[in-house]
Design a protein around this ligand. Structure first.
Ligand code: B12
Ligand code: SF4
Ligand code: SF4
Length: 344
């Protein structure tokens, strides 16, 4: 099987986006060399990583609460794992040992479990699917950040895709993710993980640990109250359906204006950002001036710029919007629904 056949197979199985990264490049460029999230740490034989992305349907981002996104996230992750498993199985049947990485688990020994065994966003960039945004989500031209990703590690040597050098994120002059963030966690091409986790993992591991820290020394009647509290109910729902234990906050995904799905279904609903404050706007402007004056910015340093896009923002979103509007006009002229999805 060659790269084109593998990609065709992945799409036929239901992947929305697929790209290929060479294991050698991933081994040479770990996101943070102090904690190398590399294929060689997992398997000495891996030659290529096939990166699959599954889009999150935009409809869920048009609702009154975050609940529909939280549920559909889980369905998307389940579908993605199935597609990846079937692809790995097909490769192995063809004679090449292959397996799927855990897309959501983290490694206890790496930065107190805040790192996965591989960083699937960085996999996506190396496989040419997009570049990292101001909030370090990977932004794809097709669906912006509204995707989940996973990787199939294979011993088959495949021609890799080339990483994009053009920055997909509009950058500091946009800052919509920063304006929307309820936890003030969006840094300058970086993220305050602890702050984000308070919203994105309301019933995550650290909340469970804190709960039991309070529970163990509490007097008996307080313990009774805690047993029937909202916290414990949240943990139960998290165990049952994963909802609440991660993937709770969709705001930086919802408001990002990159992607045809945004133009088609979200531009109207997400136009206003209720969380926007003068302080957040000022912070975005400060980021902009720091970049303009060349002040040191961790997320844009010589190592990290590889994943942000070495050529900077060159108008990809504006070009896409024009192209999207042209296709809308053509569909309207042909009497077809304006926002119908493209064949992929
Ligand atoms: C742990 C985790 C979290 C944690 C920590 C997030 C983080 N940034 O690492 C928390 C709870 C905060 C979180 C939140 C969210 N997550 Co999350 N998360 C993960 C997970 C499981 C591991 C993350 C990881 O390994 N990061 C790798 C490290 C390298 O990332 P980093 O520290 O940010 O990277 C920087 C550092 O290396 C930094 N750096 C710092 N110091 C130094 C020093 C040196 C010397 C150098 C060179 C570099 C360096 O530079 C890098 C680039 O900026 C991944 C799945 C996976 N296996 O990748 C999903 C994942 C990243 N999450 C995802 C999502 C969607 C979310 C949320 C939107 C919540 C939601 N609705 O699901 C938010 C978004 C927050 C955000 N804007 O980043 C998706 C992202 C999809 C996308 N489009 O990008 C992923 C990829 C899940 C998946 N399988 O698809 N997440
Ligand atoms: S997931 Fe929510 S809290 Fe985390 S960075 Fe995005 S908007 Fe902020
Ligand atoms: S909302 Fe704007 S600044 Fe944030 S990631 Fe998307 S394009 Fe970049």
């Amino acid at each position: 099987m060659d790269a084109a056949q593998v990609k065709e197979r992945a799409r036929a199985l239901g992947a929305d986006l697929v790209g290929i990264a060479s294991a050698a490049a991933l081994n040479a460029f770990p996101p943070d060399p102090r904690w190398p999230q590399t294929p060689e740490r997992i398997s000495p034989y891996c030659k290529s990583v096939i990166v699959l992305a599954q889009r999150i349907p935009a409809g869920a981002f048009r609702c009154k609460t975050n609940v529909p996104v939280q549920y559909i996230d889980m369905l998307v992750l389940r579908k993605m794992d199935k597609v990846a498993y079937r692809l790995a199985d097909a490769l192995e049947t063809a004679g090449f040992p292959s397996f799927v990485t855990a897309a959501q688990e983290t490694d206890w020994s790496y930065k107190r479990a805040s790192y996965g065994r591989l960083s699937t966003r960085h996999l996506g960039v190396e496989a040419g699917l997009g570049t990292l945004g101001l909030e370090v989500n990977i932004l794809t031209p097709e669906f912006g950040p509204r995707i989940y990703l996973t990787g199939v590690l294979t011993e088959l040597e495949l021609a890799p895709d080339r990483p994009m050098t053009e920055q997909v994120c509009i950058g500091e002059s946009c800052s919509r993710c920063l304006h929307s963030c309820p936890a003030d966690a969006v840094l300058h091409f970086g993220i305050d993980k602890r702050a984000c986790a308070t919203e994105a993992q309301e019933f995550g591991f650290s909340q469970i640990a804190k709960f039991f820290d309070r529970f163990i020394p509490a007097p008996r009647d307080e313990k009774h109250a805690m047993v029937s509290s909202r916290d414990l109910f949240g943990f139960w729902q998290g165990l049952l359906r994963v909802v609440g234990s991660f993937g709770d906050c969709p705001r930086c995904l919802a408001v990002c204006p990159v992607g045809d799905d945004y133009h088609a279904h979200l531009a109207d609903h997400q136009k206003q950002i209720p969380e926007r404050t003068p302080e957040k706007v000022a912070l975005g402007r400060a980021y902009k001036s720091a970049r303009k004056t060349g002040a040191p910015v961790d997320g844009l340093n010589d190592w990290n710029i590889r994943w942000v896009g070495v050529d900077g923002y060159q108008g990809i979103v504006a070009r896409q919007l024009q192209d999207f509007k042209r296709r809308q006009r053509e569909r309207a002229a042909a009497g077809e629904p304006e926002n119908e999805s493209e064949e992929r």
